[in-house]
Write a protein that binds this ligand. Structure first.
Ligand code: HQG
Length: 180
């Protein structure tokens, strides 16, 4: 598979495993899993045919490890980023002292006033890696990098989760824990 085709398929999978399963006749279980056989059939029926081997390559090579198989390799899910209701059943985790969030200049005034909100997703997404936070911000133009006082927020009762692909998740970040 060439890189362009892989990216197209990966975006198709992201859309339907995170946001619009019903649009291709899929049903996610409460933890976001779907049988691999159902996914392959739905992809084929909606103009994106792929084999089990090709799916395995996409899962393995994906730049952000967006997808994961269950232990038996029978089911697949997106590791984070959902807008449909799923409970990924992640355990709360202790964050590092500082985490990062990349955003756009236009959002900055509201973020400073209200803090970071989860918007259409289930959580605010944070990362321990400055460069990837910058890349996230870049999706919307010139990136603005925010540093989050994660340990202080954790001590104050903030509940952090870490997704299978290493993204830090939290319900909201109040403004007093955000520094530029
Ligand atoms: C902003 C992609 C105004 C927030 C990325 C962001 C990431 C506010 C946008 C993952 C706000 C939400 C998540 C407030 C937050 N007022 N704007 N109070 N609070 N915002 O896409 O973090 O490729 O839901 O800064 O790489 O940009 O899909 O979140 O700009 O890892 O795997 O509202 O999605 O990963 O946007 O991105 P998003 P995000 P994938």
């Amino acid at each position: 598979m060439d890189a362009q085709h892989t990216t197209r398929l990966s975006k198709f999978l992201s859309r339907h495993l995170r946001h619009a399963p019903a649009a291709i006749g899929l049903h996610l279980d409460p933890s976001g899993w779907v049988p691999v056989a159902d996914l392959l059939a739905a992809c084929a029926a909606h103009g994106h045919p792929l084999t089990r081997d090709e799916l395995e390559d996409i899962v393995e090579d994906n730049d952000k490890q967006r997808f994961a198989f269950d232990e038996a390799g029978q089911r697949i899910r997106a590791q984070q980023g959902h807008s449909v209701a799923v409970d990924l059943q992640l355990a709360p985790a202790e964050p590092p002292a500082v985490l990062y969030h990349g955003t756009a200049p236009a959002a900055l005034a509201t973020i400073r006033r209200e803090g970071l909100q989860k918007m259409s997703r289930h959580h605010v997404h944070l990362t321990a890696d400055e460069a990837s936070a910058r890349r996230v911000g870049q999706r919307r133009g010139r990136p603005v990098l925010l540093a989050i006082e994660a340990a202080a927020l954790h001590t104050a009762g903030g509940i952090f989760y870490r997704s299978g692909n290493g993204v830090w998740l939290i319900e909201a970040v109040p403004p007093q824990y955000i520094r530029a």
